[in-house]
Ligand binder design. Structure first.
Ligand SMILES: Nc1ncnc2c1ncn2[C@@H]1O[C@H](COP(=O)(O)OP(=O)(O)OP(=O)(O)O)[C@@H](O)[C@H]1O
Ligand SMILES: [Mg+2]
Length: 315
């Protein structure tokens, strides 16, 4: 057990990353201390080579510190096995990279569904979930395109969809707008803003000072250390509601009316355009075919929930 407060999701204590030995020894990170609260949107800036990517890779469990302690969601992950790290990463962390990192030989829908392989879903299930999230990103009509057939901005939106599909609570983005023009950068930043407003924690590296307006905290690094660290939003004002509380599935108005297939309806609430469920509930949203015949069992359940909620609201 750790003595962290509940709001702290990431804590690095004196983390160093060393390369080389003897005269050739150098530090990518040096005694780095960092505490990140749930719901922060942190921008990391600093000159090339100062350790930004190294820091993200360590936070994202893609790389290991040479020394120091790393506590993630209350667990000391400095010494856990590679297998456990991979599982945690697949479930809790979404990555977005500057060069999108899509698999060139797979269609968009399969690229997006990749992280779900680690979560053990069947292929049909993975593709349905990918189809659903691609619709949110207005990319459904291109889901069987190959990555090279999309623009840079579209590829990055696919990469964001992929990073979100396993519903992670932490998004790590390494210069996600670095290869995009200002219009597409803006679109990507608006997506990240929305993801953040749902209560997720985002740590993003950028060279563009103009983007720091999206952040709640700006850290400037220099030679593997923190140079300046400025919070622009008070901790008490950080958005709530990320993983660990509730997840929201947006019902797109364009697909109305909708049928919901709820396999675990224990804590499902339908309210307006939003379906809220406990994180493990299994909610898929699909276009309704035609509700002429009496509604099926699953649809009934949904209707019941919906009307219950509405009645409650009227009281
Ligand atoms: N595998 C490696 N072997 C040796 N040195 C490395 C290795 N990976 C990174 N470094 C060094 O660690 C330092 C930090 O690298 P890092 O990639 O984290 O920088 P960065 O801040 O992300 O830079 P940029 O803005 O150019 O992406 C650099 O000096 C780099 O040369
Ligand atoms: Mg880098």
């Amino acid at each position: 057990m750790s003595n962290q407060d509940n709001d702290t999701i990431i804590e690095l204590k004196a983390v160093s990353k060393r390369y080389g030995f003897g005269d050739a020894e150098s530090y990518a990170l040096r005694n780095f201390d960092l505490k990140v609260k749930r719901g922060e949107f942190i921008m990391i800036m600093g000159p090339s080579g100062c350790g930004k990517t190294t820091l993200l890779n360590i936070i994202g469990l893609l790389d290991k510190a040479s020394s120091g302690e790393y506590i993630l969601a209350g667990k000391d992950v400095s010494r856990v096995s590679a297998g456990k790290k991979a599982r945690f990463r697949a479930k809790e962390i979404g990555f977005i990279f500057q060069n999108f990192n899509l698999v060139p030989t797979l269609p968009i829908i399969e690229n997006v569904s990749l992280p779900l392989i680690y979560a053990g879903y069947s292929k049909t299930r993975r593709l349905r979930m990918a189809d659903n999230i691609l619709e949110h990103f207005h990319l459904r009509e291109r889901e069987y395109y190959m990555p090279y057939q999309l623009s840079g901005g579209q590829q990055q939106r696919v990469a964001i969809a992929r990073s979100l599909i396993s519903n992670p609570s932490i998004i790590l983005a390494d210069e996600p707008t670095g290869n995009l023009d200002s219009r597409n950068s803006h679109i990507i930043m608006e997506e990240l803003r929305e993801i953040h407003s749902m209560g997720n924690t985002i740590i993003m590296v950028t060279h563009n000072p103009a983007l720091t307006t999206y952040a709640t905290r700006v850290i400037n690094m220099l030679d593997g250390e923190i140079d300046t660290d400025i919070k622009t939003v008070d901790d008490s004002e950080l958005p709530k509601g990320g993983k660990g509380e509730k997840v929201s599935v947006k019902v797109l108005p364009s697909r109305d009316p909708i049928k919901m297939e709820i396999q675990s309806e224990s804590d499902v609430v339908v309210s307006g355009d939003n379906v809220t469920t406990e994180e493990d509930a299994d909610v898929l949203i699909m276009p309704e075919e035609k509700p002429k015949a009496p509604a099926k069992k699953t649809a009934k359940k949904t209707t019941k929930k919906k009307s219950t909620k509405k009645k409650g609201a009227k009281k």
